[in-house]
Ligand binder design. Sequence first.
Ligand SMILES: *Cc1c(COP(=O)(O)O)cnc(C)c1O
Length: 401
Amino acid sequence: MRAAREAIAAGEAEQVDQIARRIGRELLTPVVNATGVLLHTNLGRAPLSHVSVATAQNLELDLETGKRGSRQTGVGSLLAAACGAEAALVVNNCSAGLLLVLSALAAGRGVAVSRGELVEIGGGFRVPDVMAQSGADLVEVGTTNRTRLADFARAASDHDLALTLHVHQSNYKIVGFTEAVSVAALATLDVPVVADIGSGLLDAACPWLDGPPPAWLADEPAAKQTLAAGASLVVFSGDKLLGGPQAGIIAGNAEMVRLCAAHPLARAVRPGGLVMGALQATALAYLQRDGDAIPFWRLAAASVGSLRARAEAIVAALPATVPVVSIVDTEAVPGGGTLPTVTIPSIGVRITGDHLDALRARDFPVIGRVIDDHTMLDLRSVAPKQDDELIAAVAALVDRS
Ligand SMILES: *Cc1c(COP(=O)(O)O)cnc(C)c1O
């Protein structure tokens, strides 16, 4: 109907099919993420399966007492256990988490942040703006490239500080003549430390993986170790390295978490039952040390050998008339607020020429990238069960040429 109306309004009734197709393309649909960016914000970050039957659930009913309960109790305690926190609270995303923490714990008081960490995370989320929105007073400390503990100590004696804030350098890196203050050092001051770690790695030891932690995780802050280093609270995303649904998690000191939960904003940023259910499944997988149950970790932990075998099977399944496809070593990236210099060894299928538009135009869109004028389909970010879609898409390209 909308297509027909738009076509008539535009005086192009014969265009109705095209317009209907364009409108259809605005709807959410599964795609093959062959970009090599595992946590691609445009592609919904962590891949997630969720099946939810239409049923009532005990979202806010305490089954023991029959009285009103909290949607936070169960999931919050699972997440707290998984990262060694006293308590945890779930909100809509990490940005909302930081806003709630600052509003509940620091409105009308000072929050000290290094000038090297007054960042824009993306989409206009800027630390100074969030601070202003919360009613907390930003106390800038140190310089862009070098900040010392003494700078924070001076801020603590000159101002009424409610918190010090440590922000993970998610999307940039300061190199050269630099100095930064660790969470452990900040925690020696008599002011509670809040760490926005963004990326949501739960535990640097990765007990949910079979082998040792992958090398590419070496410099990522983890919730458990950041709390152990002395942070009173950590705030992180649910859909980055955690591999769950879009959510924000506030974890740490029980009294501070309680104050956040009691703040009026908490209700405005609380997730619905779908998200709580998906996050509960993710938290249980961590507690059962079952990384295989988390789609992101299945992708991230796949061996290069297994990716190469898949690439060979994909190329072998293509029509024999295809001289333009090759298998190459690539560097995938975790994405999702991990350090920009971090890469994961990977394997790609390279097709001569730029075919991004044709691949994206398919009913099951394939999203790749172009490197040196050629199309690269990186298998690190593709679930094996989508290899057939990839084959069909590439075969169709060749058929046309
Ligand atoms: C990604 C990120 C955020 C924003 O997280 P959302 O869940 O997208 O709101 C905030 N802080 C840091 C350090 C991040 O990396």
